[in-house]
Design a binder for this molecule. Structure first.
Ligand SMILES: Cc1ncc(COP(=O)(O)O)c(C=O)c1O
Length: 381
């Protein structure tokens, strides 16, 4: 059949490529970003309970009220933000659908969207899908901070959105208070919508603070905050997330959301609602993942890899410039075929060619896997 592709440049993602190669060589998989351990029994039993008790039909389009209510309370408790559960919070099929719906709702043909590279892989295709233009700004090489002078240079009448991601995948960088001030200034002066991807909001280390846009009242009418239960509750396969935004933005978002998915998984929404009402285990998540980050780092001591700073997320960047001059894709393939370990090269997170000599490792793994992974990496020289 003859058809015109809307995404002619989009191929198989690097995650799929690396996982398939890892399976072929039976390699240890530290490439894809998900835990190899289960959520709590209590959460699983709650899903089971709601399924067994007949909660198996469509949920209300914006999400189950009790869950929206719990999210509203949690945002207020953790960040002090005020989001009305009725008309300012919407449950989505993971953060991916939230991002896609937000971008396709608010971006029109020829609109420009500023993204920061390295960038999570769903942003650019979603922008292109509606005929928008992704304008890339590279994060600073030394610390992956945002070069605001370059952002100012890129802004013009066509700029409609900035996509922010903190804590940041793949670098582990986080934004600070100064970034928020810049953001407020830019968004207000130019009437730009900020799409804030905060899926790793609770995975942040060394007593640092996550600056959520939900705490910035001045930006409420200019922002959409996206989060995902998958990262916080070790349930990436359940694909449940949400957005928090002003009533006006939410109304427009829901117009598309209702024909994009209509509503998402009922029993899981009910289970999270009850779980959130009884537990605040997101508070122990920083410590839980910090121990894993530190274990992996200490097991790698004496290796030829240099570790970059990791302030948040469950990703650690490793610099292999002391080991090889190979391109990162070739190097990561060789790690699989010769050393039995799968990681992710950094260059696919950029639109233009980059000589990064950096690879990304996911440390959301049980300690035995982290120890074995570090051992295999240590043998690379
Ligand atoms: C930065 C970022 N945003 C969004 C997502 C997607 O989240 P979800 O699985 O809830 O769709 C991910 C998942 O890896 C991510 O790393």
């Amino acid at each position: 059949m003859i058809f015109k592709s809307k995404l002619p440049d989009t191929g198989l993602s690097i995650f799929a490529v690396m996982t398939s190669l890892a399976n072929q060589y039976n390699a240890l998989n530290l490439s894809q970003g998900f835990p190899n351990f289960n959520p709590t029994d209590e959460l699983v039993e709650l899903v089971n309970y709601y399924m067994k008790h007949g909660n198996n039909q469509y949920a209300p389009m914006p999400g189950v009220p009790s869950l929206r209510n719990e999210i509203s309370k949690k945002i207020n408790l953790v960040y002090g933000g005020n989001y009305n559960s009725e008309n300012e919070i919407t449950i989505t099929a993971g953060a991916t659908q939230a991002l896609f719906t937000a971008i396709t709702t608010f971006i029109n043909k020829d609109d420009e969207v500023i993204i920061f590279e390295p960038a999570y892989d769903s942003y650019i295709p979603s922008i292109k899908f509606v005929g928008g233009k992704a304008i890339s700004v590279r994060l600073e090489e030394k610390d992956f901070s945002i070069p605001w002078n370059l952002v100012h240079e890129k802004i013009n009448d066509k700029t409609k959105m900035i996509i922010l991601n903190s804590p940041h995948n793949p670098t582990g960088a986080i934004i600070g208070e100064d970034d928020l001030s810049e953001l407020i200034k830019i968004a207000k002066e130019n009437d730009i919508l900020i799409l804030s991807d905060e899926v790793y909001e609770h995975i942040i280390f060394d007593n640092r603070k996550h600056f959520s846009l939900t705490e910035v009242e001045a930006l409420k009418s200019n922002s959409i905050i996206v989060s995902s239960f998958g990262k916080t509750y070790h349930t990436t396969g359940w694909k449940l997330g949400y957005i928090a935004s002003s009533n006006e933005i939410t109304n427009e978002f829901r117009k598309v959301h209702q024909f994009n998915v209509f509503a998402v998984n009922t029993p899981i929404q009910l289970a999270y609602a009850e779980y959130l009402s009884k537990n605040n285990d997101y508070l122990v998540l920083p410590n839980f993942y910090q121990k894993k980050r530190d274990l992996f780092a200490s097991e790698l001591e004496g290796s030829n890899f240099k570790l970059r700073e990791c302030y948040g997320t469950y990703f650690q960047l490793l610099d292999y410039s002391n080991i090889s001059d190979e391109k990162d894709i070739d190097f990561t393939k060789r790690l699989i075929t010769d050393f039995g370990i799968a990681t992710i090269p950094l260059s696919p997170f950029y639109t233009k060619e980059i000589d990064s000599k950096l690879i990304r490792v996911c440390f959301a793994k049980t300690d035995d896997v982290l120890i074995e992974g570090a051992k295999r990496l240590k043998s690379v020289n």
